[in-house]
Design a protein. Structure first.
Length: 193
């Protein structure tokens, strides 16, 4: 969601500094290892910080048209995010895409082990009664791509100028707009065949 449907705004270095997390450590993993009271306070600070980011979220270029196109062509849509579940609705409202995602197709860090764990994608596959190989994860970071790879799903890297993780991505596009154009071209090619 963040950095895929929205413009990336998370400053992870700032978050690590505020929560006294070493630069090389994963934020969520670090918080899980803290004593309960300290973890609760850190999670509360993180939730409040992320709420401000969610409330002010802006669409990534072309993300709305991509979601509308996928919906129009009857692709099932889900969100798997390392963000808190409660913030997904805030973000989707801010970017105007609430109507395209049902609550039971939204998985935050409370519903499944955070990416790169494949747990969330496997839950989605189970809910939709499809094999994971029929799913495609669209994301902007190696956690998204690793999650897809571990689940046996396809992966598309978007919103990066280069293919930063070629061994993990099945396709790379520099934007949601470019991905949409590829899908339209593919659709038109099938219609003519």
């Amino acid at each position: 969601m963040d950095g895929t449907l929205t413009r990336p705004v998370h400053n992870f270095n700032y978050i690590r500094q505020q929560l006294k997390i070493p630069p090389e450590e994963d934020i969520l993993e670090h918080l899980e290892g803290l004593p309960p009271a300290q973890a609760r306070d850190a999670h509360q600070w993180l939730l409040e910080h992320e709420y401000q980011l969610a409330a002010n979220a802006e669409l990534a270029p072309g993300a709305d048209q991509l979601i509308q196109y996928l919906h129009l062509h009857q692709h099932s849509l889900a969100i798997l995010t390392r963000n808190a579940y409660s913030l997904v609705a805030v973000t989707l409202e801010a970017i105007g895409l609430s109507a395209y995602f049902q609550p039971d197709n939204i998985f935050g860090r409370e519903q499944a082990a955070p990416k790169p764990s494949p747990a969330g994608l496997l839950k989605i596959a189970s809910n939709w009664q499809v094999c994971p190989g029929q799913l495609t994860m669209i994301g902007d970071f190696h956690f998204d791509l690793s999650c897809a790879r571990h689940a046996g799903a396809k992966s598309i890297l978007v919103n990066t100028q280069g293919n930063l993780w070629p061994g993990l991505s099945d396709l790379h596009t520099s934007s949601c707009q470019q991905l949409l154009q590829l899908l339209r071209n593919q659709h038109n090619h099938h219609d003519r065949a």
